[in-house]
Design a protein around this ligand. Structure first.
Ligand code: CA
Length: 219
């Protein structure tokens, strides 16, 4: 039996999914908001997660980045009513693994879930200082301190924190933080990183390393 985390704000779809997942032999953990998902999934550690993109308190893709940054690394299946190419690309860049456009057949859901369940991601350690990203407020929270971030800064930091101790290449950072197809100069990326570093200074978090000519690294 696999724990399947579901974050979906439509009550009718929530109950259909709960019943369907139980019938498939899974153990669903079902929540309605991004804030609940961060709490519940960090504790229950689902094997796979299904995240609605249009949530009441956050964009599901920002929730995905925040979960990844918190070390919750189970594969993600995004649920969305929109089916534009732009949304799909942005979903994958946020760390999603697959996409399901509403309305969908339960048989299709079963096949896609089974494919994701066959993957076993490498575990990511939680941040040593307990820094977590809050997708609803676009903020980095460390203990009692909240550092507000712009949406772009949030996505940049989320992409870095999802792979601690790993150099994230410049193009991957641009793809995660800016709209698909945006032209972003090296100077722009560097100045965003400088701004984030400045915001982290009061926390004594010198956590973003530079790898010249390649990219940046979280810790
Ligand atoms: Ca929704």
């Amino acid at each position: 039996m696999s724990v399947v985390g579901v974050c979906e704000d439509e009550p009718a779809l929530r109950s259909v999914l709960t019943r369907a997942l139980r019938a498939m032999g899974h153990d669903p953990v079902v929540v309605a908001t991004a804030a609940e998902a961060l709490r519940a999934f960090a504790k229950q550690r689902p094997t796979v997660m299904m995240l609605d993109i249009g949530l009441p308190d956050a964009d599901g893709r920002d929730l995905c980045l925040a979960l990844r940054a918190a070390g919750v690394d189970a594969p993600v299946l995004f649920l969305t009513a929109r089916d534009g190419l732009h949304d799909k690309i942005a979903g994958f860049e946020a760390g999603g693994d697959d996409y399901l456009t509403k309305p969908f057949e339960l048989d299709e859901l079963r096949v896609r879930l089974d494919a994701l369940l066959r993957r076993t991601p490498a575990p990511v350690a939680a941040d040593p200082d307990g820094a977590v990203l809050d997708p609803a407020r676009h903020a980095l929270v460390v203990g009692e301190t909240e550092v507000p971030l712009t949406p772009t800064e949030f996505r940049l930091l989320g992409r870095l924190m999802a792979e601690p101790s790993t150099v994230v290449r410049r193009h991957a950072l641009v793809a995660a933080a800016w709209p698909h197809g945006a032209i972003v100069s090296d100077n722009t990326l560097d100045s965003y990183v400088r701004r984030i570093r400045k915001k982290l200074e009061p926390l004594d978090l010198a956590a973003i390393g530079t790898v010249r000519g390649v990219g940046y690294r979280w810790r």
